[in-house]
Write a new protein. Sequence first.
Length: 561
Amino acid sequence: MPQVLFADAVFQQAAAEGISVFVAAGDSGVADCPAHGIGISPPAAGGPTAIQSINYLCSSSYVTCVGGTEFSDASDPSKYWAPTNSSYLLSALSYIPEGAWNQSSQTQLIAGGGGTSIWIPEPPWQVGVGVPANGNRNIPDVAFTSAAHDPYYFCFAESNGDGDCSQNKPIGFYGTSGAAPSMAGIMALVNQALGGRQGNFNPTLYSLAATPSNGVFNDVTVASSGVSNCIISTPSHCNNSIDLSAGSNPPVLEGYSVTAGYDLVTGWGSINVTNLLSALTSQTTLVKSTTSLAVSTNTISTNQTTTLTVLVFGAVGTPTGTIQLSSNGSAYGPALNIDFGRVVLANVTFSTPGTYDLVAQYSGDSKYAPSSSTAVVINSILPTFQLNASSTPVVVTSPGNSATSTITASTTNGFVGTLMLSCAVTLSNGAQVGGEPTCSLSSGGQVSLTSNNSSATLTLMIGTVAAGGTSGPIADYRDGRPIVGMIALLTVILTLTLFLTLCSNKRPHPSYYWIGASLFIVSIAFNGCASPGTPPGSYTVTVTAKSGSSAASTHVNVTVN
């Protein structure tokens, strides 16, 4: 498939430049793929199986695929051929009826190709009587004589003199490789008559086929083929079925039959060149045109670009004139000249966020009527950023240990700028208590995102406190242990004071009170110093990034065991 699409893109570029391309349909009948063992000789019995297939170069929507016919003159050659050439070297007396070119046998695989592509969709112009409604590209488009019965002659010099026309040794060759150059020669006459290059000629051909009375095509039918009993399972001049090797099952690979109008053997048939040129140069009314608009990307940010491509199709030559784009009903930029039916605008921006309905309006010219494309919607949005935490759970094995996680900041819709990150810790149920873990971010929580570096990763560090660490007395009042120490100390002081008073029958000396106060302070300092550490449980760390008025956040779940 990549080769098929690549070739299609190359031929599309050629059409856009006004180049008309003609490709031979192939010389292996309904089985034209060498990958399946098909060549000059049929596949051997028991070998690769022949399947219906086509020349993928011919399947492009931007080439005219040329199949093969064979003159049906065997019954009375004198009716169509003069015994001598005229002064213009002509010997044909009139148009000679044609059938499908098919010389297939069990020893020779040789017939005009044709069939349906499985990769290229049906182009909009491929419509008409007999065109299969299968949604895919069908080939060939036209056909010319390709049989060895009436070969093409050319001259070139080999060492033995073969091909040297000065020695009356021209070389005869046949096949659709002779038919395709015949169509290219006709196209040169068309370009001359219309005064310029025409690009993809298929829309013109199919438009002309819609009016059979113009006599442009010589339709190949069963009647014109000279076959009295046309059977699809029998290779003949009415089909492109092929014989397989003796012993093959099936013995014949069935193809397609010639029919009135279009068929998958000869297309629309051969061309009456005089009538073709007359039809192309005698247009008296404007021809319908078709305009299409496509965008490379429908959703962009205010600092990103998209590409707009406008194509104008017509039935007679290549439309000229201008294209005017409109956005939400207003003109978008100046009118642009069409270049061989095409206008391409690259690096288009929409700096204000919003929804834009774009329409391309074709002006028309001396041959074509104006037309408009269907609307194409572009959404322009503000560039922003996002944070994503690592999916790996964060577990601190016990208070006093630490753990890390990764936080990734990345652009969305082309954001460029510097982010400032911060973090905060809460219990998972939202309650705020003392002793919860601490958090910090590497690089100071600052990161820059650019067009070349659209993401960056920072390390989130989680810290905890082990039980038994020192702390201030106020915090230690929570567990009640200093109260016990103070009560014990007061009991000792009071007992000592009472004993001294009773024994001396005097008031205690003031130094006793200083001693008691000192002991009281020591009691607070030493009995209340044990910290419980970070309480085990579940916590949530919220990491937030800010840039101007924009913000984004992510959450990390932390478990302390």
